[in-house]
Design a protein around this ligand. Structure first.
Ligand code: DAH
Length: 357
């Protein structure tokens, strides 16, 4: 407290009023009564005009000091009140996320959860293990291990989100990291899938978001060839789009799916799989009259990927080999359920959630 305000009884009275103000309204009243247009101090300052020059100098200086000290006190108190009011609001507006839901309004599974669960039960029934790994991973697991050397364009900062001040750490750009993690930890043979979030430094629009979801799958077992990969993926697409592609192949019929040669650093040979789709009554149909859409990437795992994980042979001495594939979950949602704008998937609009849940 200021020396100027000490000792004088009238100032003591105002100090008490300031310290006892319990909210900002009360404090404002005190401020106005003291420093407002017709406030006590303002009135006193006005009286200076009737004093002699000598008196004006000392009384004026004294009053100014008193005013400054009161202003300081008022501001301090105001800050304290604001803080207390904020804390009170934070407490009152606390959201208890553990409360039970309202009766008769059960939530629904999000479309992405639904697709992920459908896919994991499909793969589990076929002997795949579900592997999960961290979203923040090393450059080795995300790139080097997967035969993507330092100069690879995907490693540029405009595509990859690196962790600040943390050498070699990044937000994984694909779930293929789980190949490296699994080969290093579990070894081979292995049949696994991994579903999760991936991140890219993309601007948001109808088909891009910086966070999206992928499923990665891999089968590394003695004797596995590209024919197994084709069967596995045709069976998966049959499940997803409710057609029996494998039966069509067996009957020698043309199928609305094509394996198009492509390139991925971690597979050789590599392929992208396109489906020929059309939409009838809001439902997606695979048929040869539709348009070709890319669905997934796949290929025989590049020998360098195994080498980078210190694996060259199976236990029986045969060279290690297997296939892998990667699918975007949002892509399936957009195709299968006719979602036209990927942003809707994340907005949490109740109407959208009720419809697609
Ligand atoms: N990692 C690829 C991507 O993010 C997807 C992918 C393509 C995964 C081919 C694979 C593969 O395992 O064989 O676009």
């Amino acid at each position: 407290m200021s020396d100027v305000l000490d000792g004088t009884t009238w100032t003591q009275d105002w100090i008490k009023q300031i310290s006892e103000a319990s909210d900002s309204k009360e404090l404002d009243k005190v401020r106005i009564a003291l420093l407002g247009k017709s406030g006590i101090l303002t009135q006193e300052l006005k009286k200076l005009g009737s004093l002699s020059v000598e008196e004006r100098r000392t009384v004026g200086a004294n009053l100014n000091n008193i005013r400054e000290s009161f202003e300081r006190l008022l501001n301090e108190k105001s800050r304290k009140i604001d803080e207390a009011e904020l804390n009170k609001r934070l407490q009152q507006e606390f959201l208890d996320v553990t409360l039970p839901t309202r009766p008769n309004t059960p939530g629904k599974r999000h479309l992405l959860t639904q697709i992920s669960e459908e896919l994991s039960s499909y793969f589990c029934a076929r002997g795949f293990c579900v592997m999960s790994g961290p979203e923040v991973d090393t450059e080795f697991n995300c790139f080097d291990g997967l035969n993507m050397p330092k100069h690879h364009p995907a490693r540029q900062e405009q595509d990859t989100l690196y962790v600040k001040d943390c050498a070699n750490m990044l937000l994984r750009v694909h779930t293929s990291t789980m190949q490296v993690r699994t080969f290093l930890s579990t070894g081979v043979p292995v049949r696994g899938i991994s579903i999760g979030s991936v991140f890219r430094n993309d601007a948001v629009d109808a088909t891009h978001t910086p966070l999206f979801h992928q499923i990665e799958g891999f089968v590394v077992e003695p004797g596995i060839t590209m024919a197994h990969m084709k069967y596995c993926l045709l069976d998966l697409l049959s499940f997803l789009f409710k057609v029996d592609l494998c039966a069509m192949v067996a009957r020698n019929e043309p199928i609305p799916v094509r394996f198009r040669p492509s390139f991925f650093p971690f597979t050789e040979p590599s392929s992208e799989v396109d489906c020929c789709c059309s939409r009838k009554d809001g439902e997606l149909k695979l048929d040869l009259d539709g348009t070709w859409m890319e669905i997934l990437g796949c290929g025989m795992i590049h020998p360098n990927v195994f080498k980078n994980c210190g694996i060259e042979h199976f236990e029986d001495g045969t060279p290690v080999q297997g296939f892998a594939f990667g699918i975007g979950i949002e892509r399936i949602a957009m195709l299968k359920y006719g979602v036209t704008d990927i942003r809707h998937v994340y907005e949490g609009d109740m109407r959208w959630l009720q419809h697609y849940g």
